[in-house]
Design a binder for this molecule. Structure first.
Ligand SMILES: [Zn+2]
Length: 481
C-alpha cells in the first residue's frame, strides 16, 4: 500500500523589539542571568502588564506578509501550567481572538527531478505570546538554575495548516517563511539564539483516504535540516508500524540527533489542559484600520515576487533566482552588480559561487564583504571585455579581498592582461604539442580528455594569461593537420 504523509508545522519566532512583550525589560541576548527582570515579568502580585506597541506592530506586519486576515478585535488569554521556568504559573498568549487569522504562503518546492513546483501552504493563525524562562542543568550538582531573561520576550507563533506532504516540502516552507520574516524585518530568525523554533505534527494515511491518521508531535528540532530528517524518520516509522499492524499513539516525541531517531516523551493522557481564560489585566481591544493599512504600505517586495522578477527581467534560472532571493542582502548585492551594466548571468554566477566561496572561507557575511557589488561588477566587466580570463579573475578576486584595490588596478599592476595575440599563442601551442607526444597520441586515438594536459602546458607557458577560446581554436586546428 502507498501512504501519504500529512504534516503541519508550528513555528515560534522572536519579534525584534528592544523590550519585552508586557514590560520595559531589555530583550538583549547573552546578558548575565536574571539581569533583565522586573516585577511584571517575574509575576509579582499587584504588577500589571502593558502591551508593547512595537511587538504588536511587528506581529501585524508578519501577518500581512503571510497574507493573513488581521483581526479587527483581539485579546490576550492566560495559558495555565505550572513549571519552574514560568514564574506566574501562566503564560500570556492568545486563544480565540489572535492578532492574525487565516493566511497562506506560496512556496517553490524542488521535485526529485530538479524541477520546481509551486505549492500553497495555508496558515491557520499567527498569534502573539510571551516566551518562558530557561532552566540550566548542565554542570550543576544539586538542583538546577533558572534564568528569567527570556521570560516575557515577544514571540509570534505561526501555525500552518496540515498542507505539507513531504519532509522536503517542510524544509522549503521553513526556508520561505524565514526569508519572508527577514525581508519584513520582524525577526532575525537566528535558530542558534533560539529566535526561531519549530515543532512538527506528522501523520500518515493510505493514499486516497480523506480521514487523517493519528498525529504525533515532534519537538527539539534545532535546525531546518533536523526538521527534515526527523519528519522523514517519523514518516517511515509510522508506515512500518501500520504495516506491522500496530496502532499509532497520539504522543509527543523528541528528536535525538545523535541517534537520528525520535523517542516518545509523553502520551496524550499526560497532555496539559491549559484552562485558557481571558487575562483580566489586558482587556480586549480594537485595531484601527489606519494602523493596519499604514503597516501594509511598508511591506517590501517579498522573496518569491523578487525571484520571479529576476527570472523575467534578467533571464536567470529558477534555481539561481530562488537561491539569490533567500537572503535579501544577497539579492540586493546581485542587483547592485547588474545596475553597473554587467551581464546578469555572470553577476549571478560570480555572486553565488566565487564571492560566496571566499566569504564562507573568511566567515564573513555578505554585508561585511570587503568587495562591494560595484567592485565585483568591475571584475566581471574585465571578463566580458576579454581583458582577463575566468581563471585569472578568480585570483584577482582573492587579491581584491585582501588589498581592497579594484580589479582594474590589480590587473594593471600585476600585468595580468589576457594574451590574445594569436602569434604568441601559436608558438606556445606548438611547444606544448612537441613536449607532450603521449597526450597528442591519446587525443588522436579518440581521448578528448587528453587535450587537458596540452591546454595546461600552454597556460603554464603563458603564465595562465592565454585567452582560452583562442588556445582551443589553434590547438584543434594544429591537431587536425
Ligand atoms: Zn520585566
Amino acid at each position: 500500500m502507498t501512504y501519504e504523509p500529512v504534516i503541519g508545522l508550528e513555528v515560534h519566532v522572536q519579534l525584534k523589539t528592544k523590550s519585552k512583550l508586557f514590560c520595559a525589560c531589555s530583550t538583549e541576548f547573552g546578558a548575565e542571568g536574571n539581569a533583565h527582570t522586573c516585577p511584571v515579568c517575574l509575576g509579582w502580585p499587584g504588577s500589571l502588564p502593558v502591551v508593547n506597541e512595537q511587538a504588536l506592530k511587528l506581529g501585524i506586519k508578519a501577518g500581512l506578509a503571510l497574507n493573513c486576515k488581521v483581526a479587527e478585535r483581539l485579546k490576550f488569554d492566560r495559558k495555565n501550567y505550572f513549571y519552574p521556568d514560568l514564574p506566574k504559573a501562566y503564560q500570556i498568549s492568545q486563544y480565540d481572538m489572535p492578532v492574525n487569522g487565516r493566511g497562506e504562503v506560496l512556496i517553490e518546492t524542488k521535485m526529485p527531478d530538479g524541477k520546481f513546483v509551486e505549492k500553497k501552504i495555508g496558515i491557520t493563525r499567527a498569534h502573539l505570546e510571551e516566551d518562558a524562562g530557561k532552566l540550566l542543568h548542565e554542570g550543576i550538582v544539586d538542583g538546577s538554575l533558572v534564568d528569567y531573561n527570556r521570560g516575557g520576550v515577544p514571540l509570534l507563533e505561526i501555525v500552518s495548516e496540515p498542507d505539507i506532504r513531504s519532509a522536503q516540502e517542510a524544509y522549503d516552507y521553513l526556508t520561505a517563511l524565514k526569508a519572508i520574516l527577514q525581508y519584513v524585518e520582524v525577526s532575525d530568525c537566528d535558530m542558534e539564539k533560539g529566535s526561531l523554533r519549530c515543532d512538527a505534527n506528522v501523520s500518515v494515511r493510505p493514499a486516497g483516504q480523506e480521514k487523517f491518521g493519528t498525529k504525533v508531535e515532534i519537538k527539539n528540532l534545532n535546525s531546518f535540516k533536523m526538521v527534515q530528517k526527523a519528519i522523514q524518520y517519523e514518516i517511515e516509522r509510522q508506515i512500518a508500524a501500520i504495516e506491522d499492524g500496530e496502532a499509532i499513539v497520539q504522543e509527543t516525541r523528541l528528536w535525538n540527533d545523535t541517534k537520528s531517531a525520535t523517542f516518545s516523551m509523553r502520551s496524550k493522557e499526560e497532555a496539559h489542559d491549559y484552562r485558557y481564560f481571558p487575562d483580566p489585566d489586558l482587556v480586549a481591544f480594537t485595531l484601527s484600520r489606519e494602523l493596519v493599512d499604514g503597516i501594509k504600505k511598508t511591506l517590501p517586495e517579498l522573496p518569491l515576487a523578487k525571484a520571479r522578477r529576476f527570472i523575467k527581467e534578467f533571464g536567470l534560472s529558477e534555481y539561481d533566482a530562488y537561491t539569490l532571493t533567500e537572503d535579501k542582502k544577497l539579492a540586493d548585492y546581485f542587483e547592485g552588480c547588474v545596475k553597473e551594466g554587467v551581464s546578469a548571468k555572470l553577476a549571478s554566477n560570480w555572486t553565488l559561487t566565487e564571492l560566496l566561496a571566499v566569504l564562507n572561507e573568511k566567515k564573513l557575511s555578505i554585508e561585511a564583504s570587503p568587495v562591494p557589488s560595484q567592485k565585483l561588477a568591475g571584475l566581471i566587466r574585465l571578463i566580458e571585455q576579454g581583458t582577463i580570463n575566468g581563471k585569472i579573475a578568480k585570483d584577482v578576486l582573492g587579491e581584491m579581498f585582501t588589498s581592497g584595490k579594484t580589479a582594474d588596478v590589480i590587473v594593471k599592476e600585476k600585468g595580468l592582461v589576457q594574451v590574445s595575440d594569436t602569434g604568441l599563442i601559436e608558438k606556445a601551442v606548438e611547444k606544448a604539442i612537441a613536449a607532450n607526444p603521449n597526450a597528442v597520441a591519446e587525443f588522436k586515438a579518440g581521448k578528448q580528455k587528453a587535450l587537458g594536459a596540452i591546454v595546461g602546458a600552454v597556460m603554464k607557458e603563458t603564465g595562465g594569461k592565454a585567452n582560452p577560446k583562442i588556445v582551443n581554436e589553434i590547438l584543434q586546428k594544429k591537431l587536425q593537420n
